[in-house]
Write a new protein. Sequence first.
Length: 290
Amino acid sequence: MKSIFDKIFFYIVFLLFVSSNCYAQHNEIGAFLGGAYYLGDINPGKQFYNSKPTLGLILRHNFNPRVSIRLNAFDGTVAASDAQTKVNVIRNLSFRSNVAELSTQIEINFLPYLPGKSGYTFTPYVFGGFAVFKFNPQANYEGQWYDLQPMQTEGENTPYHRISMAIPFGFGFKFNIAKSVSLNLEWGLRRTYTDYLDDVSKTYVDPSTFNSAISANLADRSPEVGEPNNKINSQRGNSRNDDWYSFFGVMVMFKIHDPKAECSAFNKENKYKRYIRILNLKKLNFFNLF
């Protein structure tokens, strides 16, 4: 069974390789400059609220004028506070967190587009993919920043994981500005699978269970604004909804491989005969796999 899947995998990868190299082998590298923000318990709905700078690196391969694949490495910061969003002022929680993301995304162009090629100069696009990100929520207390995960502010039996996955999706607009340079304007949301990006999710716990006074104070900060301590098991966050974050900004992309209108491998042979000869389907027994 393993050999069957190996052959299928080889067949698919080979066809992708041949089609991408022979039809439109356009590769790009670029940089991202923009902002990041978060949506969650402390900021339930304000888009672009309290955005922080974000940098990134991108590698993109254009399979054809309609479809591209990207690898991204982004690094940014998200932050929010009850005092600013006014959603729950007496709760008085706040945080900041670095977000370092690695992701892969498929782009679908609405119009035919290729970098540096006349007649394919601009297009809106949508994208979706998969991401893994690392985060580290912190809070400022009496002028010093503390990592919140080790504090176990909601009485977790074990600290939550600071590495999680997300589903990135969004839209943008790309256009050529020179033969080898293009610009992308992009806004993308990340639907995460953690509710602890902001260290807020469930209920208040008994302050006597904390190992330090700082942990107890960071868990319940209402007394700092003249409010009484919250009751044990009263609502601190909304665990039914996971947190989100977003990156938006400008990508400057540089073409690193000249386009080829036709693959040289097909100059002397019909392309279908070439496929059959290289794949050697008889040897692979592809049509007799089952």
